[in-house]
Design a protein around this ligand. Structure first.
Ligand code: NCD
Length: 309
């Protein structure tokens, strides 16, 4: 298969790891200012290439691209030639020939989007690869936290539950650590990554310890589709020990904020009383911020906005 030469001016967003605090700050500032009014992506094609199910991420990328004036094409595994056995790189080669400006990719394998980015001439955004990274989710989480606290520096943030399989947790760890927040990993030992994976995070094996004086609680879904083996005895027991309830939140700081990237499993990692508590839960704001952040990222990779380095 011929290898495509990446264009010199290519700009990709493949992960948070490696981005500086300056770059993160300027993306968040741009997202807060809102998308450029002059439709910088007019006449440009944005392709959403999703090899996994998605509601929020795909839809919000699509809306964001529309807001910037782009024409959007959605491809999902079910209705593409991937279902006929085509390889990832052959699919990329095909799409590349149509000259899109941006390829937004979600894939079940960690590293798949990085590989693809090396083979195409357009900009690439990682919309979640395996259990590796999900950069736009971490950015929208950061914007949501900043709106409530004014800063990320010095905040105590708990990533709770299935941290091991979570690309959301991994991207958030890198972002929060870079921005000077204190990160705690809170979950059963079987669902926490090795200390080497997130070296600056504290580990807590009891929810009540991990949530003590916490400012932000980020709940994570049990990502059973990525599990190979048994990591917990039963969903009922999991909720008993790890489900977020109003009672469990009593030890948190007074104005503690609850986040969830979705999709939520009520009665598994979070109870409805917390999820729907408008004083505590920022889940709807996370969804709204998804558009602002994805607009900023699309503008960044296409060059109509240049972040600080
Ligand atoms: C997450 C994902 O797909 O990584 N969802 C999302 O993008 N909003 C989290 C999850 O699947 O649990």
């Amino acid at each position: 298969m011929p290898t495509l030469t990446p264009a010199a001016r290519n700009s990709h967003l493949l992960g948070i790891n490696g981005l500086s605090a300056n770059t993160i700050n300027s993306i968040l500032d741009k997202a807060a200012r809102g998308p450029s009014a002059d439709k910088p992506l007019a006449q440009k094609v944005v392709v959403n290439l999703f090899f996994e199910n998605s509601t929020r991420t795909r839809t919000s990328f699509e809306i964001s691209a529309f807001k910037l004036g782009a024409d959007v094409v959605n491809i999902s595994t079910r209705d593409s030639s991937i279902a006929k056995g085509e390889t990832l790189l052959d699919t990329a080669l095909t799409l590349n020939a149509y000259k899109p400006a941006v390829l937004i990719v979600r894939h079940p394998n960690s590293g798949a989007v990085d590989l693809l980015a090396q083979k195409v001439n357009c900009s690439t955004i990682n919309a979640g690869d395996g259990q590796h990274e999900h950069p736009t989710q971490a950015l929208l989480d950061a914007l949501t936290i900043q709106q409530s606290f004014g800063t990320l520096r010095g905040l105590k943030v708990a990533l709770c539950g299935d941290v091991l399989h979570s690309r959301v947790a991994r991207s958030n760890y890198h972002l929060l650590d870079t921005m000077g927040a204190e990160v705690r990993l809170v979950g059963p030992d079987t669902l926490l990554p090795s200390a080497a994976a997130m070296p600056n995070a504290q580990r807590h094996l009891r929810l009540e310890d991990g949530l003590k004086n916490i400012d932000v609680v980020m709940m994570l879904r049990l990502q059973v589709e990525r599990m190979k083996g048994n990591y917990f005895p039963s969903v009922r027991e999991y909720y008993h020990f790890w489900g977020l309830t109003p009672d469990r939140l009593r030890v948190a700081s007074k104005g503690a904020l609850v986040l969830h990237p979705g999709p939520m499993n009520r009665g598994v990692e979070i109870g409805s009383e917390v999820a729907d508590d408008i004083k505590r839960s920022a889940i709807v704001r996370q969804l709204e911020n998804g558009i602002a952040v994805r607009c900023a990222c699309l503008e960044m990779v296409t060059g109509s906005f240049t972040p600080e380095q």
